[in-house]
Design a binder for this molecule. Structure first.
Ligand SMILES: Cc1cc2nc3c(=O)[nH]c(=O)nc-3n(C[C@H](O)[C@H](O)[C@H](O)COP(=O)(O)OP(=O)(O)OC[C@H]3O[C@@H](n4cnc5c(N)ncnc54)[C@H](O)[C@@H]3O)c2cc1C
Length: 465
């Protein structure tokens, strides 16, 4: 892909602000990698737009000049999504960080793409509202829409697709389009909004989103219990959800994760697999009793519950630290994270399969799961310079994915494809890839939008020197 002799000078003509068009070493490095083990590759320039019109002007130029553009939110994605494999422009949306409109009567908020999840939560909270999609990291809402993120509350509220009502998108050729509306439903033509959700910056740049909000639930109770095995914990989760306890979150943490959390967060949980559960509703006393009974049917011990908001947020804070806590066990390591999702009834067997496969190797791996959604992660702790252990982790990842596909599941429940999972998308939807590539060709004929990702051939993995 071509890069102008002085790309920065060209871009300064479009965004005439030295602070917002940068090729400084540290800025390039910050936009060269993500949270994963994938090797970094720098962009040539980072641009920080402040309006959709500036995004449009940058894309119009890049499209004509054949320069790659990689949208960048908070950079917390895990499959090399934001790595500019072909150099070019990293388009950092974090200066587009305004909550444009909050409408409590409609339960909606309109935000610019760089607004973070916690920023929206702070704006909605005083109205008794919240935005429940919570990927753990404090990601941008544009990045979350672009990856169709979900998280701990998806079991109750659904992921990003269930929450995006409307989008403003700048297409590769610089056209600004709006999809969806502020109404909660529509039957108006093809659903292009949901095409952009999950498109990982390969079809256009999301500049504004209208999102659904929810009333903050009353009477929230959290419970946690230790289990003799991860399979027993999964069976308990399925039983608790199955009898209709109004679960908001239901998270599995294996013994290695609990040990890592104790060391990282100063907690003192017995080191064994755990379920962390949160529910809210009119009968929290009865729900708590049922939860305890069903957990104890599966051998649970150390059952504890609390409703104090500080204690609840401490518990979820510990859960959100799981990946960081695991990485802290092996300083300098990076994570490769599997992300399969299976039908909920298949989850205990799928996790057992992954656990056995992991035990057969000497790789270090922690298992956590959004078990109410049938989605779990094995996080391998890897030395990014040790090609041999990366290859072994990839082989194990492939076994986990093949098992999930055989059970009627998917290779990625929430993280997306980036370029780390190109081969798995081929395995899962090889027959649909020509259609997906046709859509990419229609919307981005010059291939400038985040090249090398999602629909690229898997053998083209890797950065251009
Ligand atoms: C500790 C940890 C825990 C995590 N847990 C979860 C989890 O539970 N669930 C989950 O879903 N994810 C999880 N993730 C992954 C990550 O947080 C999500 O993928 C998140 O949605 C990425 O948002 P971001 O703002 O960081 O996007 P980025 O990483 O910056 O970008 C992600 C992708 O979206 C594109 N993009 C970004 N902004 C835009 C835009 N405005 N328009 C078009 N394309 C854009 C980028 O080009 C890239 O392809 C976790 C990550 C970490 C580090």
């Amino acid at each position: 892909m071509a890069v102008a002799a002085d790309l920065r000078a060209e871009l300064l003509r479009i965004v005439p602000d030295e602070r917002r068009v940068s090729d400084g070493e540290s800025i390039l490095d910050l936009h060269a990698s993500d949270f994963s083990y994938h090797p970094p590759h720098r962009p040539d320039v980072v641009v920080f737009p402040e309006t959709a019109e500036e995004v449009a002007a940058v894309l119009t130029y890049a499209n004509e000049a054949g320069v790659a553009v990689v949208p960048f939110g908070a950079g917390t994605s895990l499959e090399g999504h934001v790595i500019p494999l072909r150099g070019g422009i990293s388009l950092d949306l974090t200066r587009m960080n305004r909550v444009v409109d909050l409408r409590p009567d409609d339960l909606t908020a309109t935000v610019q793409a760089g607004v973070t999840r916690s920023q929206l939560e702070a704006a909605a909270g005083p109205h008794g509202l919240w935005f429940p999609v919570d990927p753990g990291a404090d990601a941008t809402l544009g990045g979350m829409a672009a990856t169709n993120a979900s998280g701990t509350t998806t079991v109750r509220y659904g992921g990003m697709r269930a929450h995006v009502l409307a989008l403003e998108v700048v297409l590769a050729d610089g056209r600004i389009v709006r999809t969806g509306s502020r109404a909660v439903k529509t039957s108006a033509g093809y659903d292009l909004k949901n095409l952009f959700v999950g498109s990982e910056g390969t079809l256009g740049v999301i500049t504004e989103l209208t999102l659904r909000l929810h009333p903050i639930p009353d009477d929230i109770v959290v419970a946690r219990a230790a289990f003799p095995s991860v399979e027993a914990a999964c069976r308990a989760a399925a039983a608790i959800i199955g009898i209709g306890v109004p679960v908001i979150r239901c998270e599995l943490l294996d013994a290695m994760t609990i040990g890592a959390l104790n060391a990282f967060s100063g907690t003192d949980f017995p080191v064994s697999p755990y379920l962390f559960i949160e529910f809210a509703g009119t009968d929290s006393g009865g729900d708590l009793a049922s939860t305890r009974e069903l957990a104890e049917d599966q051998g649970a011990t150390a059952f504890e519950s609390e409703s104090d908001p500080t204690a609840r947020s401490r518990m979820w804070g510990a859960r959100h630290n799981a990946l960081m806590a695991a990485l802290a066990q092996a300083p300098g390591s990076k994570a490769m994270t599997t992300d399969v999702a299976v039908p909920v009834s298949e989850l205990p067997a799928a996790i057992e399969h992954a656990r056995r496969a992991l035990d057969e190797t000497d790789l270090r791996g922690a298992i956590v799961g959004h078990v109410g959604d049938g989605n779990f992660h094995v996080a391998f702790l890897l030395d990014p310079d040790d090609a041999e252990s990366i290859a072994r982790a990839e082989a194990l990842n492939t076994r986990v994915v093949e098992d999930a596909l055989a059970r009627g599941g998917t290779c990625t429940g929430e993280h997306g494809i980036g370029y780390g999972k190109l081969g798995y998308l081929e395995r899962e939807h090889g027959d649909l890839l020509p259609l997906m590539r046709g859509i990419k060709q229609l919307l981005d004929p010059n291939g400038i939008m985040n090249p090398g990702k999602v629909v690229a051939p898997s053998e083209q993995n890797g950065a251009e020197a």
